[in-house]
Design a protein around this ligand. Structure first.
Ligand code: PLP
Length: 363
């Protein structure tokens, strides 16, 4: 059994993928070119964000976004204390200071009630992660930020395709960043990512930073990086976008089915922040006591699991010096108990029933 079954997905789109890759090979346009533009237009249309800038990966998307808002040494950026390392490490790379805020135990996302206490006159941005595929409470976060001229960046690496109050993830704040790492909700066959914004100036700046800060060929007005999205990956994503809306519907259905089947058991299942929101279940993550034993029993029955994430950011060796003792007990507790089970749009009911039966035995 696969944790995320990328082979099942490929079987259904193999012909179209190969044709699309071949078009790139035939054109010999390997850097940028038509496919990247076409994908950016498609993603912009899908999310509703005016601008989409295809970039090399999700980490670069965050770096480019932070560079575009001019994060400088000493600037503080608020991040949730339980997320993938890149959410905070790109802040550090620019000399910025990550300020950790605890997560909400029912949604796993940043606890909006704790953000205000973390704001100082050095706060430049808040990075709100849609952890496991559900958007954070973006309206509340935007309200807090706008009063003080703080930029909100959505880290939508796991929430691409999700909806918050009928608006799509990646169109919920000043800038959004996503990843097309193969196992993300929209994945390519290597590394890829994108930045989104409705702001024309920020879009122009991010496009320039993506190509060495170049505004006119070989003229560099801003500091930039090599952060382009690979053209072959864009060609793959164009095909995958055609089936993506159906996949999102399947994800929602399969995720909710897990939640229904695991009702009244001894584990905590993911909580939908609002019934009309769409959760894409990038991970279906449970909270269990005695996690090691749970994982062993699943493994003995051929069911793969993963832990997202075993160490909260404030306890990571490279980040702990930025931690000054605020209460991050929910992150710590979740990191001890969280476990992700197989989740992808091609998980059939029989397999899911089998997984649930073993989980019930393991609890
Ligand atoms: C995967 C991920 C990233 C980084 O994306 P890459 O494409 O792997 O660089 C950033 N933030 C979060 C929350 C992620 O899950």
């Amino acid at each position: 059994m696969e944790f995320i079954d990328l082979k099942a997905q490929y079987q259904g789109i193999q012909k179209e993928i190969l044709t699309s890759i071949e078009e790139v090979l035939d054109s010999a346009q390997f850097i940028m070119g038509e496919k990247v533009k076409e994908l950016e237009d498609a993603l912009s249309k899908y999310t509703g964000a005016k601008h989409c800038i295809g970039v090399a990966d999700g980490t670069k998307a965050l770096l480019i976004a932070l560079m575009a808002i001019n994060i400088k040494p000493g600037d503080e950026v608020i991040v949730p204390s339980l997320t993938f390392i890149a959410t905070a490490s790109m802040v550090v790379l620019l000399g910025g200071v990550p300020v950790f805020v605890d997560i909400d135990k029912s949604t796993y996302n940043i606890d909006v009630n704790k953000i205000e206490n973390a704001i100082t006159d050095k706060t430049k941005a808040i990075i709100a992660v849609g952890l496991f595929g559900q958007c954070a409470d973006m309206d509340a976060i935007n309200t807090i930020a706008h009063k003080r001229n703080i930029v909100v960046i959505e880290d939508a690496a796991q929430s691409f395709g999700a909806e918050y109050k009928s608006r799509k993830s990646c169109n919920l704040s000043t800038i959004a960043c996503t990843s097309f790492f193969p196992s993300k909700p929209l994945g390519c066959y290597g590394d890829g990512g994108a930045c989104f914004t409705n702001d024309d100036n920020l879009a122009k700046t991010m496009r320039e930073i993506r190509i060495h800060g170049q505004d006119i060929r070989y003229h560099h007005s801003t500091l930039g990086v090599n952060g382009r999205l690979d053209t072959i990956q864009a060609a793959i994503l164009l095909v995958k976008m055609q089936i993506f809306p159906q996949e999102v519907a399947k994800r929602m259905q399969i995720g909710q089915r897990y939640t229904d089947l695991l009702q009244n058991t001894n584990c905590i299942t993911p909580h939908l922040s609002n019934n009309s929101n769409i959760h894409v279940y990038a991970q279906y993550s449970l909270l269990v006591d005695n996690r090691d034993n749970f994982i062993n029993i699943l493994q003995d029955n051929g069911i793969p699991t993963a832990i997202h994430y075993p160490i909260p950011l404030h306890m990571q060796p490279i980040l702990k010096k930025y931690y000054h003792g605020t209460d991050l007990s929910t992150s710590k507790d979740v990191a001890k108990k969280v476990v992700s089970i197989p989740m992808h749009p091609y998980l059939d009911e029989n397999t899911q029933n089998h997984i649930v039966n073993i989980i019930k035995k393991a609890l």
